[in-house]
Ligand binder design. Sequence first.
Ligand SMILES: *Cc1c(COP(=O)(O)O)cnc(C)c1O
Length: 369
Amino acid sequence: MPHSPAGQERPSGRFFLPGPTEVHPDVLAAQLRPMMGHRGSTAQAFMKPIHERLQRVFFTARPVFVSTSSATGLMEAAVRNAGRERILSLVNGAFSQRFSDIARSCGFEVDEVSIPWGEAHDPNDLTEALSKDRYDAVTMVHSETSTGVLNDIPALAAAVKAFDDTLILVDSVTGFGATEVRPDDWGVDFLLTGSQKAFALPPGLSFGVASERMMKRAATSPHRGYYFDLEFFADNHEKHQATTTPALSVLYALDVQLDRMLAEGMDARWARHRSMAERSWRWVDEMRGSGVEVAVMAPEGFRSPAVTAVRTPKGVTGSSVTAAVAERGWIVGGGYGKLKESTFRIGHMGDHTLDELEGLLEVLTGVLT
Ligand SMILES: *Cc1c(COP(=O)(O)O)cnc(C)c1O
C-alpha cells in the first residue's frame, strides 16, 4: 500500500484530484529503473519506440515533442513560437486566463474573448473577434479544468481557418487521454498536454504536436527563446533524442503507460471517461432529487469527460467538502481560483474505473447528506 506524505496508508483508487492523478503501480514501479545516458544509441533505441507510440495515441503523423517541463512550459512554448506581435486568447476559466497571461508576460499584445467562467466558447464570437483585427495566433483550452467545461475545439479551429496566417494553439491538458484529440484532422497548429492529468503519469513531462505551419512560423519567430524553441525540439526529435537532460524516470513510466494505453485502446479509454463523467452528473441529479442543492457547473453538451466541478449547496464550502472526504481516506479537488469555496472538483480521469468512482460518490453522499 502506498504511503501518503502524512504517513498514512492509502489504498489505490481513492485519489480523485484533477491533477496530479493516481498513477498505476506498474507505472510507478517503472521509475525505479537505473539511469542511462540521454544521448547515443542506447537512448535512441529507447526513445524511437516511445516517439512511434506517442504518434499513435495522439493520432498524428507529426512528431510528438516531449518536454521536461510541466504543461505550463509548453503553453509558453506555444505563444513564443507562434507569436510575432498580437495574440487573441479565449478565456472561460483559470487555465485559459493563464494562457492569456503567459502571452502578455512574453511581451505580446493580447486581446481576450472573455466569457463567464462555466460557459463554453461560441465559434461565431471568435469569427467576429478575428474579423475586427489581425492576430498571429489564438489560444484556447480544450477541457477547462477549473470549471469542467469542454470547448468544441474542432468547431473553434474551423472558425480560425477562415483567417490565413492565424495559428491555432490548444491546451488539451485534461482533454488528451480522456476524450478524442486529433490535431491533424482538426487543423490545430499546436496541441499540448501534460503528463499528470488524464495521461495518468507522474508530473514532470509535457507533450506537444506542432503543425508544419507552426514550424514555419517558429523558424522566423523572434521571441522563441532557447529552452522552448520548437526547432530545437524538431532537430533532436529526428535523432530520437531529447533537447536537454530529460526527466528519465518519468520517461520510464511513459514507456509502460503507452503500452497500457494502447492495450486498452484509445476509443475504450475515451468511453471509460465518458461513463465516469456521466455517472458523476447523474449522481448530482440524484443528490438534487434528495434535496441537496448541488449542481454541475458546466452546461449540458459542453461537459468535460475528465473533470466535474460541482457547485456546493448554500452554506457549504468547497474546502469543508474536501476536508470531510479526506477524513474518510479519499481525495477530491477543491475549487480552483475564484471558485475555491463555491465548488469542489471530481477528477474522474486517468486510470480510474467506474467502480472506484462509485466508492467515491458513496463517500461524497455521506458527506453532503
Ligand atoms: C493542469 C493544467 C495546466 C497546467 O499544468 P502544469 O502541468 O501544472 O503546468 C494547464 N492547463 C490545464 C487545462 C490544466 O488542467
